[in-house]
Design a protein around this ligand. Structure first.
Ligand code: 5GP
Length: 369
């Protein structure tokens, strides 16, 4: 019988982390933000488990470089050529930036060519040592996804492989036969239209709990992808047992994101003499990888059997990425001091999460300019 499950599924805005007495630290500086990840297929990486999304707007070299230099993880999107990636790897080497935490993205379309791209990277551009691959598809449930994953694992037995996206626990064990990290989240992204166009999706909090539980039982890892509105949401994801968090929109207004700054002028209610004051606001363009815009740009237009599951947005310009990255590290460290966690690894052990009706006080929001 068809039924609606009565269990409540929660999202980031439905919960808070309750501060508590424990082995609390005196200073945020004492918190260990680096975590050692021992992956299912034998590899070890160290860093703060925050990724940029592997999207054309934010999965670019400039953002990847900044995250890597801050001890975080990074992806680069699938539209870069082997030569472009080779140049980037050399630049990082020259600047003493380790690429051990850099994930190269491939898609499912034209899979043999995508695998060849990785092989070329290896043979022509010394992509050796720590190799990390992200196999990305909006819907990783399709049978072809498992086939491509098996091929990539066969070709790169010692790589760290991240796959996704999925939004249920049932598929995790199967994927972890060959993958190390599962990217969880369907429909929660800020440039996403999947929930509107298909009605499909799973709220992030419940999804993280479900997938982490299953993945961790076999030494797999999960990455909570999409829906990060505030830095507090990254903290919540770690407290819920996500090993990694991936964000797109959070980085998309920065100088380092793709695209020019777009200026728009707005007439305000303020008058100087008889004249209305005009205010200039700055934006950057952000678009979903399944948006019509992305399809036109990268796939020669929308196919007639598809609907666009992504949208194009102008989002406020946020300046240098350095400030955002500093805030992320600072926010996570501070969260740790509220819950008595000496390290990011311990956050889930120390956290008590509570369901709330009001997460934020928005009383002055109507006055913000
Ligand atoms: P954000 O951090 O902006 O909330 O979400 C970023 C995530 O949204 C990406 O990592 C990816 O999983 C997802 N995403 C990116 N483009 C699209 C799209 O066009 N459609 C959908 N459904 N999801 C997208």
């Amino acid at each position: 019988m068809t039924q609606v499950l009565s269990e409540e599924y929660l999202d980031y805005s439905d919960i808070l982390i309750k501060p508590k007495m424990g082995i609390n630290l005196n200073s945020r500086r004492e918190v260990n933000l680096q975590r050692v990840f021992k992956f299912k297929h034998g590899q070890t990486r160290t860093g703060l488990g925050v990724f940029n999304a592997n999207m054309a707007t934010v999965g670019n070299f400039a953002i990847a470089k900044k995250l890597l230099s801050r001890g975080m993880f990074a992806t680069i999107h699938k539209h870069y050529t082997v030569e472009e990636i080779g140049v980037f790897l050399n630049q990082c080497k020259a600047d003493n930036i380790s690429t051990d935490n850099l994930f190269i993205t491939i898609g499912l379309k034209n899979a043999p060519e995508q695998v060849q791209k990785l092989k070329d990277l290896e043979s022509k551009h010394q992509w050796t040592g720590a190799r990390n691959i992200c196999i990305d598809a909006p819907n990783f449930y399709i049978p072809k996804a498992l086939e491509v994953l098996a091929d990539v694992r066969h070709e790169f037995p010692d790589a760290v492989i991240m796959v996704g996206n999925i939004a249920s626990g049932d598929v995790c064990l199967k994927l972890l036969d060959n993958a190390d990290i599962i990217k969880c989240g369907i429909g929660s992204g800020s440039a996403c239209l999947t929930r509107k166009q298909t009605g499909c999706g799973t709220p992030m909090v419940s999804l993280i709990l479900e997938c982490a539980d299953i993945a961790h039982s076999v030494n797999g890892h999960i990455c909570a992808d999409g829906g990060i509105v505030d830095i507090g949401d990254i903290c919540k994801a770690f407290c819920l047992n996500a090993d990694f968090v991936m964000a797109g929109g959070m980085f998309a207004g920065s100088d380092e994101a793709e695209g020019e700054i777009i200026e728009k002028q707005y007439q305000t209610n303020e008058l100087i003499g008889e004249e209305c004051v005009i205010q200039t606001k700055r934006f950057k363009q952000y678009y979903g990888m399944s948006s019509e815009y992305a399809n036109n740009k990268f796939a020669g237009g929308m196919c007639n059997y598809k609907t666009s599951e992504g949208r194009e947005l102008l989002i406020p310009y946020t300046g240098s990425l350095d400030k955002i990255l500093q805030d992320i590290s600072g926010g996570i460290a501070s969260c740790c001091t509220y819950i008595g966690a000496a390290s990011v690894k311990n956050m889930s052990k120390c956290a008590t999460l509570i369901k709330v009706h009001n997460q934020l006080n928005k009383v002055f929001e109507k006055y913000s300019v």
